[in-house]
Write a new protein. Structure first.
Length: 199
């Protein structure tokens, strides 16, 4: 694999995918990794700790470089630290047949041992049939207003998330822990049939 990408773009993608990377207490080393792969005209990063998966949008790569497609799983914190330590500018990333990943920028060069991308947890493909639009601040506020009512009891899975319901241009986020309940509502740009999801 061979690709060139701007440090600032790569670092933004790493910070996004890092939120779904497993902690140091995990017994499976692959869950501490981030999947780095070339897709189309750029690269994509994926973090997956089984409970949560985050995949970035396509990060544009240098189109004037003869890219070689491929994928590798890299220890996420090490990868993030190396990229952050590199000088500003374009980073050249290459992966050899032993999955050793080399990052070059200016006079700096780092080698990171990678893992087989085929053992990285797969993402369940889905095709959305309905969608709606809501401001990120509104959604964040709705979750914050109800999060205190999500049950922390691992034996009560049905109460360990929030119920999201959309109908008639209105969205409701509801949480309950068996003793109390919180409900937050907001207008959304949606006019289709009702949607309901537990998350």
């Amino acid at each position: 694999m061979f690709v060139r990408i701007e440090k600032v773009d790569l670092l933004n993608g790493i910070n996004m995918a890092m939120r779904a990377v497993g902690g140091t207490s995990l017994t499976q080393p692959i869950l501490k990794c981030m999947l780095f792969e070339t897709v189309g005209e750029g690269v994509r990063l994926t973090g997956n700790n089984i409970d949560l998966c985050i995949q970035t949008a396509l990060i544009p790569a240098n189109p004037s470089v003869d890219r070689v497609d491929g994928a590798v799983a890299l220890e996420a914190r090490l990868f993030a630290n190396v990229v952050e330590s590199l000088p500003a500018g374009e980073i050249e990333i290459s992966v050899n047949e032993n999955l050793v990943t080399t990052l070059k920028c200016g006079k700096s060069k780092f080698d990171i041992a990678g893992l087989n991308p085929e053992i990285f947890p797969s993402i369940n493909d889905f095709t959305p049939t309905e969608s709606f639009t809501i401001g990120s601040k509104i959604l964040r506020d709705m979750i914050r207003q109800t999060l205190f009512c999500v049950s922390q009891d691992k034996n009560r899975i049905a109460l360990s998330g929030e119920n999201i319901r959309v109908s008639d241009g209105r969205m409701e986020v509801c949480a309950a822990d068996g003793y109390r309940m919180a409900l937050s509502q907001a207008d959304v740009a949606y006019s289709g049939e009702g949607l309901e999801q537990f998350a």
